[in-house]
Design a protein around this ligand. Structure first.
Ligand code: UFG
Length: 328
């Protein structure tokens, strides 16, 4: 019989792609989301339960009623800058939230969980590709909450045998190839959708935050991973845990970084449009370069990014924004 997986945050950007990937792989996703940043329209691959991860009673009821056998935990607040301005909300949602998820799992006898972690747990890397053994020195409250969540998973494994896979995303980008789901934040602060919105003329110019970083062209370097690849990694990780394998922490990146200017150049070539850019001061909490050493995911989870070229990211991002997100 197909396993039912609770996807917290399943109405969000990454959670909706994960729900689709789970459904395509024979699982039954049940989406649990408070719709604070998620969208009901993106819940298309399973039942929807409207609830908050900080509401323990509703969460455990959802797990029990749906006979859940595993959890994918994505629900979180995820803006670095906002976490610096409002750490209270971040500790509440990103620490109390996963604690509730783990407690509800125990109450319902569920013992496997795949969670959204982040490369933000590493803080300022020295520019070299980041392995899973790189010291964890988060520099923002957001990164620190993900670090605490990972520690909680270690402790729950040791004490209660809850097995987990913490997937440390680098920069998720792009959208579903069928434009069934995609990146849809309000306000939208992420680079790829901002580039697409500039190309479409929906915003007049792209602000580039800093061109004085110690990188070849002075702009920040990130490792952009297609969200469909990220979603598939959750399916692989759930299968891995179902085989009884031990808890793990794994980078999800491509191993190749691109600067902001390189992304803009690629977008201008792809969309055949000039993208007006204006240099602004650095944004608080931005490390100069974050690039994954992605080898461990390959050996452990048999995961390789297959649709993470810049062209695929930009093309799918453009298609979703054009077809799904209207003008504000
Ligand atoms: N940037 C711009 N202009 C914009 C938007 C972004 O110059 O309009 C720059 C940012 O300063 C950064 C890069 O583009 O240097 C990427 O920014 P994003 O906001 O797209 O992504 P982040 O790297 O800030 O954030 C991502 C995830 C977070 C995660 C973080 C870890 O979205 O959840 O990586 O560093 F925490």
């Amino acid at each position: 019989m197909a396993e039912t997986i609770l996807v917290t945050g399943g109405a969000g950007y990454i959670g909706s792609h994960i729900s689709k990937a789970l459904a395509l792989s024979g699982y039954v996703p049940v989406v649990y989301d408070n719709l604070l940043s998620g969208h009901r329209e993106l819940v298309r691959w399973g039942e929807f339960v409207h609830g908050d991860i900080c509401d323990y009673t509703a969460l455990s009821l959802a797990m029990r009623c749906h006979n859940i056998s595993g959890v994918v935990h994505c629900a979180a607040l995820a803006y670095v800058g906002e976490s610096i301005a409002n750490p209270d909300a971040y500790y509440h949602t990103n620490v109390t939230g996963p604690l509730n998820v783990l407690r509800a799992m125990q109450a319902c006898g569920v013992s496997k969980i795949v969670v959204s972690s982040s490369c933000a747990v590493y803080g300022h890397a020295d520019g070299a590709p980041i392995t899973e053994d790189t010291p964890l020195q988060p520099i923002s409250p957001y990164g620190f909450t993900k670090f605490v969540m990972e520690r909680m998973l270690d402790d729950f494994d040791m004490a209660y045998s809850v097995r987990s896979a913490a997937l440390r995303y680098f920069n998720a980008a792009g959208a579903d190839a069928d434009a069934d789901c995609g990146e849809w934040h309000t306000p939208e602060t992420h680079l790829v959708p901002r580039i697409v919105m500039t190309a479409l003329g929906r915003i007049p110019e792209l602000h580039i935050f800093g061109n004085d970083y110690p990188t070849p062209d002075g702009t920040c370097i990130r490792d952009y991973v297609h969200v469909t690849d990220i979603a598939q990694a959750h399916v692989n990780a759930m299968r891995y845990l179902s085989e009884g394998k031990p808890s793990c922490k794994v980078n999800l990146g491509t191993g190749r970084g691109y600067s902001i200017k390189e992304l803009v150049d690629a977008a201008e070539a792809m969309f055949q449009k000039k993208i007006p850019c204006v240099i602004h001061p650095r944004r608080a909490g931005d490390p100069a370069a974050l690039v994954a050493d992605a080898r461990y995911a390959r050996t452990l989870l048999q995961w390789m990014p297959v649709c993470s070229s810049l062209d695929a990211i930009l093309a799918t991002g453009m298609r979703f924004t054009q077809s799904f997100i209207g003008h504000d």
